[in-house]
Structures are given as C-alpha cells and as structure tokens.
Design a protein around this ligand. Structure first.
Ligand SMILES: Nc1ncnc2c1ncn2[C@@H]1O[C@H](COP(=O)(O)OP(=O)(O)O)[C@@H](O)[C@H]1O
Ligand SMILES: [Mg+2]
Length: 236
C-alpha cells in the first residue's frame, strides 16, 4: 500500500541557512512514526514544510498520493493533515470550547456538536473546563486543548510537534497515554520529540535527525535497543 505521507529528499532554507538537507521518510496508514533529534536538528522545520508553512527548494511532499507543493496551509488541513505546533499555540483569550470550535473551521456547519462531544470524551479534563479561558489552563491542559482542536478537523494524519515539551513527568506520561489511545482508535500520527525514550516507546518506527539529515532509522524497539541511540539520546 502507498504511504499516507511521503517526504522525498526535501531541502529547506532560511535565507542562506540550509536547515533541511535532503530528508526522506514515510508514514503508513495506522502507524505512529516519530522523528527524534536534539534541539536544532530540523524537526519543526520538517513539520512546517509538510504543513505548507515553509517550502522546500527541491524534493517533494505527498499526502495520500497528492503533491502538496503548491497547496496552501489551510487547504492542507482541509485535506486531512493537521498539526499541533510546538508550544501549543492555543488562542489564549478564548475559552476552551471556542478554541475547539476554531479547529472545525475546515468543516463548517453540521457535525461540529458531535465532534465536540467526541473530543470531550477523549479529554474529560477539557469538558470540565469548557468555559474556562485557555490562557488560564495548565501546560498539560493546553496541550490537550491543542490536540483536541486539531482533532476537530478530522485529520487522517495528526502531526504533533514536541507535545511533552515543558511538562512535568506525570503530565508527560498522561500525554503519551492519550497519544496511544488516539492511535488505538485509528489515528495515524507523526510525532516529533526530543524525549526520545517516550517517543520510541510508543512509535512503530522512528527516524533520527541530526543537523538537517536523517542519520538512522528503524522500529521503535530497534532504536531503543541501539547502543549508539542509547548513548546519544537516552542518557547512556
Ligand atoms: N526562522 C528561522 N530563521 C533562521 N533559522 C532558523 C529559523 N528557524 C529555525 N532555524 C534554524 O534551522 C535549524 C533547524 O531548526 P528547527 O527545525 O527549529 O529544529 P528543531 O525543531 O529540531 O529544534 C536550526 O539550525 C535553527 O537555528
Ligand atoms: Mg522544534
């Protein structure tokens, strides 16, 4: 079967800075695939290029067989590719429910109430706080809100950029439990993380990025067991 997402030899620049140097990888339907790597490795640049916020100079990104090269970010979301950006980026002045409704902008009209109900089932914490202003939520709750908002667009592929960043260990655990539940309920996930241990533990496959290149790939289990990965990313 053709992969749902295929990134083929992309090269991305910020002015004269060559940030992504020929990255290729694939995500198959039903998988959790993780991109791990240190700060500055090019993880966010890769996700932002897939989302259409940045453009690759050469190479291609295709989603369900279609080249996304000239498609605008909101149309990419409408095609079923949603991203939770690094740092969550929820609308701080709006309520929880208003944030979720914003996530439905590619599916206006009917069905929004049912989608809200579904998100509230997945995130009971958000249901309890539906009228609360998002800026007053904890970091973990904001992460749940950003994930719930992305789910409102009915993604066929959900991309998460460092969902565990800045969270206390107990919340990191909760977020990863939610990621596993979403996966079990059929969501295909591309997960970017600096927390390699947690990400590889839930992922089917992983790619290791260093300075804009893929240096290693394998199953989550293989990468967790690799002495080189242990040394570089798992604290020995
Ligand atoms: N807006 C920008 N302007 C210039 N360079 C950038 C910009 N954003 C990121 N970079 C550079 O691109 C490289 C990859 O960054 P990034 O994709 O944010 O890495 P990661 O998400 O893995 O931490 C880094 O060297 C970073 O300094
Ligand atoms: Mg990043």
């Amino acid at each position: 079967m053709e992969p749902i997402l295929k990134v083929d030899d992309i090269n991305v620049y910020y002015g004269s800075i060559h940030a992504i140097k020929g990255i290729s990888f694939e995500v198959n339907q039903g998988e959790i695939v993780t991109l791990i790597g240190a700060n500055g490795a090019g993880k966010s640049t890769t996700l932002n290029t897939i989302s259409g916020l940045l453009h690759s100079k050469t190479g291609s990104v295709s989603f369900m067989g279609e080249n996304l090269g000239k498609i605008s970010p909101h149309k990419i979301v409408a095609k079923g590719l949603a991203m939770v950006p690094e740092g969550r980026r929820v609308f701080l002045q709006m309520t929880v429910q208003e944030n979720l409704e914003m996530g439905a902008y590619t599916q206006p009209g009917s069905g929004v109430d049912a989608d809200l109900e579904k998100v509230y089932q997945q995130f009971p914490r958000l249901k309890e706080r539906y009228r609360q202003i998002a800026g007053t939520l904890s970091g973990g709750e904001q992460q749940m809100l950003a994930m719930g908002r992305a789910l409102m667009s009915h993604p066929k592929l959900l991309m998460l950029d460092e969902p565990s960043m800045g969270l206390a260990p107990i919340l990191v655990e909760q977020i990863f439990e939610i990621i596993q539940k979403l996966h079990q309920s059929g969501t295909t996930i591309l997960l970017v993380e600096q927390n390699a241990q947690a990400a590889l533990s839930v992922a089917n496959r992983g790619y290791v990025l260093e300075t804009g290149k893929v240096v290693t790939t394998g199953t989550g289990t293989e990468l967790l067991a690799s002495p080189a990965i242990k040394k570089a990313y798992l604290g020995g």
